[in-house]
Design a protein around this ligand. Structure first.
Ligand code: ZN
Length: 456
């Protein structure tokens, strides 16, 4: 086994204020480069004195970048290959990747050779922090090389020195047999996939997934791995010792946050290449990195050459779970509680579908699946004047009285903890498609399943 404690100790264990000061030193040259090389930022940063950007306060005065800015920049005719944001000659771009495009069309990003090295290091730091080691065999379940969790993940995982088995992209049966045959002890996938796959493995191999040698399950790509009930369910299904959450984004870097063995949130692991601010999503005001603080994560890729971003609004709403840690890392730790895009409003109260899901799963225990969905009348519905319809699926037949009692408990706990009203509907097992990858937390009523809700 690998004897090291940290992958990049200098950046991980240095006092946080020193790391931030070191990051800020890169800003004047970075801003100047953007003005000189990127058409998007040449326009955005007209009149800005790059040499004056010497503090976080000065950075916070600069305009933010939205996903739509990048998308529009790629749609304009006659633009560089990777849109108006591109800041390196196309012949220097050695790889193209895309965002998963959960909303709107895909946006493409590029990596130069230097960007590729930076990504590989950041992603390796993230996976090492999450428990990937030399001397282990790590299965990667993503299927598509082009996405942030595809080839970049594979590259970063391999960099740690583990034995990489990229099993994604085959049938579930082939993946299950590879898990067994290759004695995989570390599995990387989304939270939905990790529980879906455990059940499939049990079915396909004819024995419990917990009989396989999986000891560490690492998940990212959707909120869920932060939720204690979902973690313990995944741990139990696989018979795993450790569950770790990771997070990144194609627009910035596939590997930005990784959870250490303390299991109390994800550390910033990309600090060598990415500066992150916390802001109030409504006003844009900066917020401090203090335990319990929350807001939207905003990223600046201060070394990125091909497709750099300045103050990129991730729409990820995060809560700071700590600023120090028993593991010795001194970067802040977070949980992502949802996307600010997903926020719903019930009579002036804001609520994330993921928060409702977490309460339902906590109350439902072994009775229900972790696929819990909010039904919207239309894709753009944000406001609800009536109780928000919430659908869940039982894992086996359940007596009506038990369901009525469960629905009432969920509705009451959501009302108390989130101050919104929901109307819970339970469906029989197998009603909802349990996705291989990300399970959407909301869906539109037109796609309602044909099954009727169970009587309660
Ligand atoms: Zn830690």
């Amino acid at each position: 086994m690998d004897g090291r404690t940290y992958w990049d100790p200098e950046i991980e264990t240095r006092p946080w204020s020193e790391t931030v000061a070191w990051q800020v030193e890169h800003l004047p040259a970075y801003v100047r480069r953007l003005q000189e090389r990127s058409l998007l930022y040449r326009d955005r940063l007209t009149g800005v004195d790059a040499g004056a950007i010497t503090s976080l306060e000065m950075l916070a005065e600069l305009p933010t970048t939205e996903k739509d800015d990048l998308r529009r920049g790629q749609a304009a005719p006659g633009t560089p290959l990777l849109g108006l944001q591109q800041a390196a000659p196309t012949e220097d771009v050695v790889q193209v990747i895309t965002s998963s495009g959960t909303t709107g069309g895909p946006v493409y990003f590029g990596l130069t050779a230097a960007d590729l090295a930076a990504w590989r290091r950041s992603i390796a730091t993230m996976f090492f922090t999450a428990g990937v080691r030399r001397g282990t065999t790590t299965a990667l379940s993503t299927a598509m090389p082009l996405v942030a969790g595809g080839m970049p993940y594979a590259d970063g995982i391999r960099e740690t020195g583990t034995t990489l088995a990229w099993i994604g992209g085959q049938t579930t049966a082939r993946m299950a047999s590879a898990m067994d045959r290759l004695r995989v002890d570390t599995l990387v996938g989304t939270a939905s996939f990790a529980s879906f796959f455990a059940e499939k493995v049990t079915e396909l191999l004819g024995r419990d997934a917990s009989t396989l040698p999986v000891r560490t399950v690492i998940g990212g790509g959707e909120p869920g791995f932060g939720q204690p009930e979902i973690r313990s369910r995944i741990q139990e299904l696989w018979g795993a010792e450790r569950v770790s959450e990771v997070m990144g984004l194609g627009d910035v870097c596939s590997g930005v946050w990784g959870e250490c063995e303390a299991g109390e949130g994800m550390h910033l692991t990309a600090g060598r290449h990415v500066l992150v601010e916390l802001i109030d999503p409504a006003t844009g005001e900066p917020r401090p990195w203090v335990e319990g603080g929350e807001g939207e994560a905003v990223y600046t890729t201060f070394t990125r050459e091909a497709t750099p971003v300045l103050r990129f609004r991730s729409r990820d709403h995060v809560v700071v779970t700590g600023t120090g840690c028993s593991c010795g890392r001194r970067t802040p730790r977070i949980r992502c509680i949802g996307r600010t895009d997903d926020m719903l409003i019930y009579k002036a109260m804001n609520v994330f579908p993921s928060s409702i899901r977490d309460i339902a799963v906590a109350e439902g225990g072994a009775l229900i699946d972790d696929v819990v969905r909010v039904r919207k009348a239309a894709a753009n519905q944000v406001r609800f004047d009536d109780p928000i319809p919430v659908e869940l699926q039982t894992r086996f037949s359940v007596a009506p009285g038990v369901l009525a009692d469960l629905a009432a408990r969920i509705e009451e706990r959501v009302r108390q903890e989130l101050r919104v009203r929901v109307a819970v509907e339970a469906y029989p097992p197998g009603t909802f498609d349990r996705g291989m990858y990300k399970n959407a937390l909301t869906y539109v009523a037109a796609h309602r399943p044909e099954a009727a809700p169970l009587p309660s």
